[in-house]
Design a protein around this ligand. Structure first.
Ligand SMILES: Nc1ncnc2c1ncn2[C@@H]1O[C@H](COP(=O)(O)OP(=O)(O)OP(=O)(O)O)[C@@H](O)[C@H]1O
Length: 247
């Protein structure tokens, strides 16, 4: 479903070349739920932007749902949903339901199918009482549930999440985690999750990839990750991995 073959992306900063992602190869199969970890500046957002077609790789190959994201951005948009925890994709001054209606029009979702999907998402995410509230008046947790709804209204095959639980309280985090597990299990949606919250990884991800300085430092199951040092907590294991990869 996601395939990177020696993908790289560099940026020219003044006269220097910054290699945000280098020689990165991995595959994510349909239905997987994969955590994508790395310290600040490791290259996670750059990878995600290449997956959505926002950035073109400067080397190698990227494919999502068999498509070259930077060349087939519009076609890919129908297959992928993206949530950036630090930014909303909703219309700031519009009531939540109007943002959803605009998304329906953008993605040309049939009105009846849309109604059914929206009703289900609104019920699961407990959004009914906020549908008439302008997005700017929503709390972070309410807005995040709105963003998740927006990302799933066109029933994408792949969901890419960049820090979806950032700034949320423990109850909101848990309800979003339960929701994501349900989406993955019931719809078979492939999920790639970037987070600095290791609780997200422990609760959600069967597989974990760790990237540092644009290169893959670990790729395996959560059990394999923890088995690298059975006495340690996930925080300790990941800290050691980040430090070692950075050397
Ligand atoms: N548009 C850009 N121009 C120049 N350098 C960039 C650009 N985007 C990213 N970089 C650099 O590429 C590297 C990787 O950045 P990226 O945002 O992908 O990291 P990240 O893993 O998402 O970090 P964080 O966890 O802090 O969000 C960093 O050194 C960053 O400064």
């Amino acid at each position: 479903m996601i395939e990177l073959d020696r993908a790289g992306r560099s940026f020219k900063v003044k006269r220097a070349l910054v290699h945000a992602v280098r020689d990165l190869s991995f595959r994510v199969e349909p239905g997987e739920f994969v955590g994508y970890l790395g310290p600040n500046g490791a290259g996670k957002s750059t990878t995600i932007k290449m997956l959505c077609g926002i950035l073109t790789p400067t080397s190698g190959r990227v494919r999502v749902a068999g498509l070259d994201p930077s060349r087939r951005r519009t076609t890919l948009a129908r297959r992928i949903g993206v949530v950036f925890g630090q930014r909303t994709t909703l219309w700031w001054d519009l009531p939540l339901k109007d943002s959803f209606e605009l998304i329906r029009l953008l993605y040309k979702v049939d009105r009846k199918v849309f109604r059914e999907r929206l009703d289900e998402l609104v019920e699961t995410l407990d959004l009914a009482e906020f549908l008439r509230t302008p997005v700017r008046q929503l709390s972070l947790g309410q807005r995040m549930r709105g963003d998740l709804t927006a990302a799933l209204l066109h029933a994408p095959d792949v969901l890419v999440l960049d820090e979806p639980t950032i700034g949320l309280d423990v109850i909101s985090k848990n309800s979003i985690r339960a929701f994501l597990l349900r989406v993955n299990a019931e719809r078979g949606t492939t999920v790639l999750l970037t987070t600095h919250d290791l609780g997200d990884i422990e609760r959600l991800c069967r597989r974990v990839m760790v990237i540092d300085h644009g290169r893959l430092a670990f790729d395996g199951s959560l059990e394999q990750l923890m088995a690298t040092s059975p006495e340690e907590t996930i925080e300790e294991v990941v800290t050691r991995l980040y430090t070692r990869a950075g050397q």
